[in-house]
Design a protein around this ligand. Structure first.
Ligand code: HEC
Length: 125
């Protein structure tokens, strides 16, 4: 009996995790994908790319963060309060795309946390 309960709990945990991952991905596409290249690369997306792709974002943020919590916090802070002195990208990025506008009121902090996890989990190595 214990074994069955254990398996049911494990299954529920796995199912909720899978849910969280796809939720982060959907939100990232919806809230960030209009500028950043998100998900699958298509020619159409490349043509309208208005900001660096997500796997480069993730890599940059990871490089300056001690752990995942710090990386998530950096992304949350940047999306609400972007500024030139926090920018991790070189000045050429700003010259090409401009500074990111704040998304205050467009994305909630909870949404942002699951987006940030998705970006970090799928960053290039
Ligand atoms: C209106 C266009 C636009 C949207 C929407 C957008 N971004 Fe950006 N983002 C940019 C641009 C342009 C840059 C590059 C310049 C900069 O770093 O500010 C950027 C840079 C970033 C950076 C790098 C910060 C750094 O230190 O240089 C992060 C992290 C980021 N975006 C996260 C997000 C997330 C997460 C979302 C969705 C919730 C999002 N962005 C939505 C335009 C956008």
């Amino acid at each position: 009996m214990k074994k069955i309960i254990g398996m049911v709990i494990l299954f529920l945990l796995l199912a909720s995790q899978a849910q969280a991952i796809s939720e982060g991905e959907n939100l990232a596409n919806e809230k960030c994908g209009s500028c950043h290249l998100m998900g699958q690369i298509t020619k159409e997306k490349l043509n309208r790319m208005a900001a660096p792709p997500y796997w480069i974002l993730g890599k940059k943020v990871k490089a300056v963060s001690k752990n995942e919590e710090e990386a998530v916090n950096f992304i949350v802070d940047y999306v609400y309060n972007p500024s030139e002195d926090k920018m991790l990208f070189p000045k050429e990025t700003k010259e090409r795309f401009g500074l990111m506008p704040s998304l205050k009121g467009i994305v909630t902090e909870d949404e942002l946390r699951s987006i940030a996890k998705y970006i970090l989990d799928n960053a290039s190595k």
